[in-house]
Ligand binder design. Structure first.
Ligand SMILES: CCCCCCCC/C=C\C/C=C/C(=O)SCCNC(=O)CCNC(=O)[C@H](O)C(C)(C)COP(=O)(O)OP(=O)(O)OC[C@H]1O[C@@H](n2cnc3c(N)ncnc32)[C@H](O)[C@@H]1OP(=O)(O)O
Length: 302
């Protein structure tokens, strides 16, 4: 009993600095609430939350068609949903998945980084940082049920999770492919990958901008499990049950101990990181190549 209380106090003390630093999510809007069974359901245009109060789990479905690109509005809605679930004692774990067939997330929204002004770039980058910090340090068990392709920022979102289940479909590649776009994955993207697959594999993957198909993703450790497509959600649920069997405070504290040094690095360099990003993204050469890349994506169709 005394140990449990002590752990709670220690966990709160460790979590508090982040809680303080992370409350100021950009551009919040109010979600509509519903649910008549005492457990609140959270709805927003781009995030569908399906609560399973009996299991203490909520499934968070990303639905920002066509490709779940991480726009400013979408990031904001995701963060609001996460915060609501974290603040509701009913929930101990979330499964994040996609409602867009064949696509988990196409990563950062290129239109947020192209043809805008420096203030917008700064606001957007702050939201991307916030997404990473909040998911990476969430006190909930977070499992990614990856049911589609997941390049760059989509891969980053998966890497913030505690466990990744990928559907075994050769079209569903995952990785930090920024160099293929002529951009550099920021240090905290890199750190997250290194923490997941080790330095050598991360260096190779980052320099070559590798997008791993399922078998390779499993071999290198970008994902923890590859299963037939129709078993992704059920596998995520059974993995979740295993994680939720661990005493919550011990697990949360261990998560923070493992992730604190990585998160601290961004927290102490957050403003400089925003300035670097804005300087980089405002360069003519970068704008031209992002613009050309977007055009190429559009022309692909017709
Ligand atoms: C010195 C250090 C300083 C530090 C500076 C750091 C700078 C680094 C900054 C950031 C890191 C970047 C991270 C990222 O995540 S960048 C985004 C990377 N993502 C991609 O490259 C994926 C691009 N998309 C695709 O490959 C495909 O769309 C697909 C495979 C996901 C899906 O293919 P398909 O189903 O065929 O759909 P379409 O290609 O037809 O796309 C439909 C529609 O969606 C638009 N779109 C696609 N991806 C994005 C995106 N990421 N952002 C915005 N819009 C996107 C696409 O253009 C189509 O639009 P439409 O023609 O108008 O319908």
């Amino acid at each position: 009993m005394a140990l449990a209380v002590g752990m709670r106090v220690l966990t709160r003390a460790l979590l508090r600095p982040w809680a303080r630093g992370l409350r100021a999510a950009p551009g919040r809007t109010g979600p509509a609430a519903g649910g008549g069974d005492g457990v609140r359901c959270f709805r927003s245009p781009r995030v569908l939350v399906e609560p399973d109060p009996a299991a203490g789990v909520a499934v968070v479905k990303m639905r920002n068609p066509p490709v779940n690109s991480l726009s400013l509005e979408f990031l904001t809605e995701l963060l609001i949903s996460l915060e609501k679930l974290e603040n509701d004692k009913t929930f101990h774990g979330i499964i994040i998945t996609s409602d867009c067939p064949g696509i988990f997330s196409a990563g950062l929204d290129l239109t947020e980084m192209c043809g805008r002004d420096p203030e917008h770039y700064a606001e957007y980058w702050k939201a991307v940082q916030e997404m990473w910090l909040r998911f990476y340090l969430s006190n909930l068990v977070v499992i990614a049920a990856i049911n589609g392709i997941s390049p760059a920022g989509g891969c980053l979102l998966s890497l913030t999770c505690d466990y990744r289940v990928l559907a075994n479909n050769p079209k569903y590649a995952i990785g930090l492919n920024e160099t293929l776009l002529g951009i550099v994955a920021p240090f905290w993207f890199k750190d997250t990958l290194v923490n997941t697959i080790g330095h050598r594999s991360a260096e190779r993957a980052l320099q070559l901008g590798l997008l791993f198909p399922p078998a390779e993703a499993l071999r290198v450790g970008v994902v923890d499990q590859v299963v037939p497509e129709d078993q992704v959600q059920s596998t995520a649920r059974s993995v979740m049950a295993q994680w939720l069997d661990i005493p919550d405070h011990a697990r949360q504290l261990t998560k923070i101990l493992m992730r604190k040094p990585t998160a601290d690095r961004l927290l102490t360099e957050r403003d400089a990181d925003i300035e670097n990003f804005v300087r980089f993204i405002c360069k003519d050469s970068i704008q031209k190549s992002l613009h050309a890349y977007l055009e190429k994506l559009k022309q692909k169709k017709g």
